[in-house]
Write a protein of this length. Structure first.
Length: 137
């Protein structure tokens, strides 16, 4: 709970946390369910903050020991405390990870994101391409 001295701002209350559940469906496939809730600041007048709530699922499958495919989907709800604005976020994606050896891997991902708001002019759709290199010792 966050209480403000300014009487124009509502108290910001909500459950905050992160959780995940991983199920190993087989030696090659895992399923991960996630949920989180956080609080964010806002620059909008008379808005105390934003409560972000997210849920998601990701399935990873090892086609080979060195090649792992992933698919994921998520949903998020953004509640602007002190205003009627509410945003809904949706995302789906797929990726591949190629392991050169135990220390070096490259990952590529494509993700499609959407935001739908009850406030005009805030909706959008975006396509995201990610390419990463991981070195671990």
């Amino acid at each position: 709970m966050r209480a403000y001295d300014d009487p124009r701002l509502e108290d910001l209350t909500g459950l905050i946390g992160d959780a995940s559940l991983v199920w190993t469906a087989s030696a090659l496939t895992t399923v991960k369910l996630t949920g989180s809730s956080t609080v964010g600041e806002s620059t909008q007048a008379d808005v105390s903050g934003v409560l972000y709530r997210d849920v998601g699922v990701q399935v990873d499958h090892a086609f080979r020991q060195w090649l792992i495919g992933s698919v994921k989907a998520s949903f998020g709800d953004d509640d602007y405390v002190g205003d009627t604005r509410e945003d809904k976020r949706y995302s789906v994606g797929a990726g591949l990870t190629y392991k050169f050896n135990r220390e070096l891997q490259v990952k590529g991902e494509f993700r499609q994101n959407w935001l739908r708001s009850n406030v005009a002019g805030n909706n959008y759709a975006e396509s995201v391409f990610l390419l990463g290199l991981r070195l671990q010792r």
